[in-house]
Design a protein around this ligand. Structure first.
Ligand code: KIV
Length: 258
């Protein structure tokens, strides 16, 4: 059965994972609540060093693939950098996502300063997931990825951000890279589910990037990632075995020929 936002809003311990294609979406669909077509695909899929050059066309292409694979998970499409820099642009971009894919919601980064855009999209029938805390789309202008909420000023800004995004109509809130007590306080202060990534143990749910948690992204491993599979090495040894079989004449065998 398709997971709706009203179903998700009643659950505890929500699970979200990223996916960028139909094959993996189909596998994850049976297990998780929410699939995020994150702009992290710019790194994990395209091999770029950050998310900034991801385009709306790319996000739509990958979201279509994920929607083809997933039938029950709630699907969220990330709005890429530059696609929601003005209200007019945001509405045009989000309408494209809704018309061209079957995504259930779009996600955008930012707090108080993006509340107007969240309201505009919501008023026009587009469900929005907020994203506050560490904002990967700001990593270049801010000179890296920095944990938020380390002092009182930063903490109260995050609490204001969460409230503003909720009041603007967001259906869910991703909180990234904040101290655990901040993740907890934000979660207690809003009435929409919070999904944490590096935000501690007390958010409503958790999200991980699939290629991080399954051990395919080998460049670096942030502290908050738990690796559930040694994916890259498993694939390497399978492909090595295939190559050995071809070279030794063991593949194809009699059973594998016409
Ligand atoms: O792009 C992405 O995968 C994300 C997650 C890190 C939440 O936004």
């Amino acid at each position: 059965m398709k997971k709706t936002i009203s179903y998700l809003q009643k659950q505890n311990k929500l699970t979200m994972i990223t996916a960028y294609d139909a094959l993996f979406a189909k596998i994850f669909d049976e297990i998780v609540d929410i699939i995020l077509v994150g702009d992290s695909l710019n790194m994990s899929f395209l091999g770029e060093s950050d998310t900034l050059s991801a385009t709306l066309d790319q996000m739509i292409y990958h979201t279509k693939a994920v929607c083809n694979g997933a039938k029950s998970a709630y699907i969220v499409c990330d709005m890429p950098f530059g696609s929601y820099s003005t209200p007019k642009k945001a509405l045009k971009s989000a309408i494209r996502v809704f018309k061209e894919t079957k995504a259930d919601a779009v996600k955008l980064e930012g707090g108080v300063e993006k509340a107007g855009i969240v309201k505009l999209l919501t008023d026009n029938g587009i469900a929005v997931v907020g994203h506050i805390g560490l904002l990967p789309q700001f990593s270049r202008s801010e000179g890296g990825y920095k944990v938020r909420g380390k002092d009182e000023v930063s903490k109260s800004k995050l609490l204001e951000d969460a409230k503003a995004i909720e009041e603007a109509g967001a259906v869910m809130l991703v909180i990234e890279g904040v101290k655990e007590d901040v993740g907890k306080e934000i979660t207690e202060s809003v009435n929409i589910p919070t999904i944490g990534i590096g935000a501690g143990r007390y958010t409503t749910g958790q999200v991980l990037v699939w290629s991080d948690m399954l051990g395919f992204f080998e460049e670096f491993k942030p502290k908050f990632v738990r690796r559930y599979l040694d994916g890259a090495n498993i694939i390497r040894s399978a492909v090595r075995k295939y190559v050995d079989d071809v070279k030794s004449g063991n593949f194809p065998s009699e059973k594998e020929i016409y």
